[in-house]
Design a protein. Structure first.
Length: 156
């Protein structure tokens, strides 16, 4: 019974780490308050020039490749977890080390993608940057209104 409970706890812990690693997959739509995601959402309004469009396409491809690699890493960790838990004495330290390595790889890829989006942003004109800034300000205001609404609704 003790081994069974240990196996369940290990599976839950490793799954949580693996899901966290997958959730950290880089991309242009990383989060609701993410300024980088705002750039991606505004493409139609930015009127990109040819050079910016080429850079855009490159960063989108980099984002997709990083997302695909992260998903593959998640699948590898999932398989390793299942194989390890099938053993009489699973090596949880090995699984944790693999999860840490995946997290580090994803963090590196996420930073690289972010840097690509920031490099693209650096090429924007004042008008394009104003569009991005105004969209971010509007999004933050909507988020604050939502928080205030939720807070008001949750107090007795």
């Amino acid at each position: 019974m003790k081994k069974f409970l240990l196996a369940i706890a290990a599976a839950a812990g490793i799954s949580a780490v693996a899901i966290h690693a997958l959730a950290q997959v880089p991309g242009p739509h990383h989060g609701p308050g993410d300024p980088i995601a705002m750039i991606a959402a505004l493409k139609d309004k930015l009127n990109l020039n040819t050079s910016q469009q080429q850079q855009w396409d490159s960063v989108v491809a980099q984002s997709q490749a990083a997302r695909t690699a992260a998903r593959a890493s998640f699948d590898q960790l999932k398989a390793a977890t299942q194989a390890e838990l099938a053993k009489t004495e699973p090596d949880l330290a090995s699984l944790a080390a693999q999860a840490d390595a995946i997290h580090q790889q994803n963090a590196t890829a996420r930073k690289s993608v972010r840097d690509g989006w920031l490099a693209l942003y650096a090429t924007f004109t004042v008008d394009q940057k104003t569009i991005v800034r105004d969209a971010i300000v509007a999004k933050l205001a909507r988020m604050e209104q939502f928080r205030a609404h939720m807070k008001a609704g949750s107090t007795p």
